[in-house]
Design a protein around this ligand. Sequence first.
Ligand code: ATP
Ligand code: MG
Ligand code: MG
Ligand code: MG
Length: 569
Amino acid sequence: MRASQFLLSTLKETPADAEVISHQLMLRAGLIRRLASGLYNWTPTGIRVLRKVEHVVRDEMTKAGAMEMLMPVVQPAELWEESGRWEQYGPELARLKDRHGREFCLGPTHEEVITDFVRNEISSYKQLPLSLFQIQTKFRDEIRPRFGVMRSREFIMKDAYSFHATQESLQQTYDTMYQAYSNIFTRLGLNFRAVLADTGSIGGSASHEFHVLAGSGEDDIAFSDSSDFAANVELAEALAVGERSAAAAAMKQIATPGARSVDDVATQLICQPAEIAKTLIVQGTHDEAGQYGFVALVLRGDHTLNELKAEKHPAVHSPLTFATEEEVLSATGANPGSVGPVALTLTVLCDRSADLMSNFYCGANENDHHLASVNWDRDVTATEVVDLRNVEAGDPSPCGLGNIVIKRGIEVGHIFQLGDKYSKALNCSVLNENGKDQVVTMGCYGIGITRVVASAIEQNYDDNGIKWPASLAPFQVAIAPINYHKSEKVAAACDELYQQLTAAGIEVLLMDAEKARLGGILADIELVGITHRVVIGDRGLDAGEIEYRHRHAAENEALSADNLLSELL
Ligand code: ATP
Ligand code: MG
Ligand code: MG
Ligand code: MG
């Protein structure tokens, strides 16, 4: 692509209404433009990145045995009445009427449509298992669209659905999809975690969310530093309260490192009834100056530490207690003044409903009144909330569960064993081996394609712009000429390289726009995040050298002009 013929709409200033870095950079690099709240245009640059995400997702879904199809955005109300969701879904479902007064909705997801499709297409258990997917526009009338395409109203999702005759078959496909998701996010160069999710109102027996780890994430995720346990915070909270079967399943999961599904974990239940007091053991760190840190647990809501200590929070029935410095030092073997982890114990007696896992704050000393501004909450680790009856004082890990690290995550994918919720309601059945009608069992598997683009930026940027993982960059190579329109030699060298790279199937952007100055060209290349860049000028050409820089490198390299192509490829 030649920049003179390409719409590269970069902005110098950071738009005032963009809060998170990915939203700012997507606007500045000219990937998206806002149409209305939660609605975005994808520019020619943006769509190139989007298609790369789609390519990886499509490839791995196909490898996982799913077939691509395409369903309509507009869905008839009748199907949603059959599933019961026309009533249940609430205002996120955008409803409309056609000219004949028939009711429709804009699909926020496609369980109803796919179940209707499959019930009409298949009749025998021999046609199962069956996995289908689409990459398509969804609409959800989000109450608070924000962060650009991270939480928009119209967005692109890859949604897949699987159909089975048995639970074993569903489990098998679920495991295959879990692996496919891991492959996808690895290929996209993302730092992600798969976490157990609550199966909530849909029911079903297993669910995992895939989270990209980023401070700007809207979800808290909790994972163990010494086992494979990881859960979203809703489940972690359920786990802390110990009252739901999902929590019990998760607790079993911790006891069996490496286990993923509820079915293949050990049978013992560590979960305790939790209507009584709990102890939370929290670990903090020294700050760099060797200042002694303490950690406080704050229940959800803006209650100050002093309020909690004075039992003024409605859920708190006892003062918070803190370990003394001596106790901590003797328990951890840490040296006073050293930088490193220390364990601090605090005890809170609270209602079973209290929101224990949500907020941790640290301060430099016990009387620090600016807890919220000392923003260490993301770095603090906490062990499980445990039943006091089983705790012997100072035993930091009575359940042997390791430490739970709490981090922020962006939900980019979600897989779910639906069971027969939709197939039963819509009567999607097949003839089984005995010639009898049998309702099929389903799984569903979503990835937020547009959200993935924003998430990748949240993890890959610097002061100058986006540092795409190689699989996502809109162009692989940028050619930056010095005086393209004044030096015939420079123009000829750039054109030749451009043609060679293009012929080799490399996506290249030649910055040949008239009046473009080198400083501006280089700033644009860095902002947009093109992986490789070469600067071609008369002086370099005379010396037989081309200036090269990888987007992730801090320094230029000199490449030989003669072997440039082979060095770049
Ligand atoms: P969230 O918790 O962020 O609202 P969700 O749990 O409602 O997401 P799912 O129904 O699991 O979303 O949909 C599958 C995927 O679609 C999500 O994992 C996410 O990546 C993406 N997604 C959902 N809502 C949005 C949105 N408003 N904007 C962009 N992507 C979204
Ligand atoms: Mg949602
Ligand atoms: Mg969610
Ligand atoms: Mg979800």
